[in-house]
Design a protein around this ligand. Sequence first.
Ligand SMILES: [Zn+2]
Length: 118
Amino acid sequence: MHELGLCDAMLKMLDKILAEESAADCKVRRVVLEIGELSGVVPHFMEESWKAVTDRTLYADVQLDICTVPGYADCLDCGAHLRPVQSGFRCPECGGGKLKPASGTDMTIQSIEVWEEE
Ligand SMILES: [Zn+2]
């Protein structure tokens, strides 16, 4: 389960972004994450890990919203463009199992909402 590590990395990233934007007085309210279907990241675990990692930090109240991005791959045998999650990680055209991920392999922070403290 590498979601814990990912959440920890996200916290550090938030710290860095806030420091760079000299937004130390700002409070993060919401983080929107995009998780690719082929990234290997499980959204449910991500939510659980986020709670664990932010517990008793200044991000404890931050709402984490997750959007799943469809993942596509190309078949190396026949060149078909397919969605592995739907076809059981095999090519629906030729039945081949040699797939090259084309998209939906990343996890990215889509947006960070902040509000300034009074
Ligand atoms: Zn194929």
